[in-house]
Design a protein around this ligand. Structure first.
Ligand code: SAM
Length: 242
């Protein structure tokens, strides 16, 4: 069962064995991601639900009350201990927990959408977002039109090197919003250790996300923009209430 293998892989990756904070800090600058998010929130105030890099959540907490969500208990335990400036830290699936909170801003960033592997995830997210009026919703996605099999992405840094290799694209599921699961080899090398794994991630087409947004959020103005992580093959979606 491919689904089971991936579930185990996801659990292993975020069970605390890997120092993801170090990876994010080395290759992706969590503070800069927070600046991009702040810009997208257009100076709006009010509490923010945030799922993504925990250090980015902490930078955002300088300007907003932030509720950080992650479904890995190891990640949320670390966030609670390391970032007391976060207003709340919740363990669970963001696509469900958003529906229990009336926060005006919802930010699902730092490639988390790559883990949505069925249309049900997106339907659940849409239902959860609609449980309360939101001022802003911001989500980043990997872009299917920016990759092809065999392609490599390099993330060079002063003290490390990251590399992703696109191994295989699964055919689209054929339902709206359509997306493809992409098998990738991900490797990160530091001076003192390195690690590598093969995993499947979801890549989306901008037009499909646009159609999904139009049909689910008629009361919002839609905008597609650049990815939140500047070297990612991706794009971002912003919904602002009309
Ligand atoms: C922020 S993404 C980054 C992915 C990967 N490490 C990278 O850099 O490409 C990884 C985090 O998302 C969390 N996550 C994935 N799907 C989730 C979901 N549906 N709800 C809450 N957290 C989720 C994982 O537990 C993990 O901590």
């Amino acid at each position: 069962m491919p689904g089971m293998a991936e579930a185990v892989m996801t659990l292993d990756l975020y069970s605390g064995a890997m120092d993801w904070e170090r990876v994010y800090r080395t290759f992706h600058d969590p503070a800069r991601v927070a600046v991009e998010i702040d810009r997208a929130l257009c100076g709006g105030n009010g509490p923010v639900i945030f799922a993504g890099f925990q250090e980015t959540a902490s930078h955002l907490a300088d300007a907003y009350p932030v509720t950080f969500i992650d479904y890995s208990p190891a990640i949320t335990a670390h966030a609670r201990q390391q970032y007391p400036d976060l207003e709340a830290v919740l363990t669970g699936d963001v696509t469900r927990l958003v529906g229990t909170l009336a926060h005006p801003h919802v930010v699902i960033a730092c490639r988390l959408s790559a883990y949505w592997d069925s249309q049900t995830d997106l339907e659940r997210l849409a239902d959860s977002l609609r449980t309360a009026p939101r001022d802003t919703v911001l989500i980043d996605f990997f872009d299917l039109d920016q990759i092809e099999p065999g392609q490599r992405f390099l993330f060079d840094a002063a003290d490390g090197r990251g590399e992703w290799e696109v191994l295989e694209l699964a055919p689209p599921a054929g339902k709206e919003p359509d997306f493809n699961r992409v098998k990738m080899r991900v490797s990160y090398r530091f001076d003192d250790h390195s690690f590598s794994y093969v995993g499947a991630r979801s890549f989306f087409r901008q037009q499909a996300i646009w159609r999904w947004s139009e049909s689910n959020f008629p009361d919002y103005t839609l905008a597609l923009g650049p990815p939140l992580l500047d070297r990612d093959p991706g794009f971002s979606l912003r919904l602002t209430r009309k």
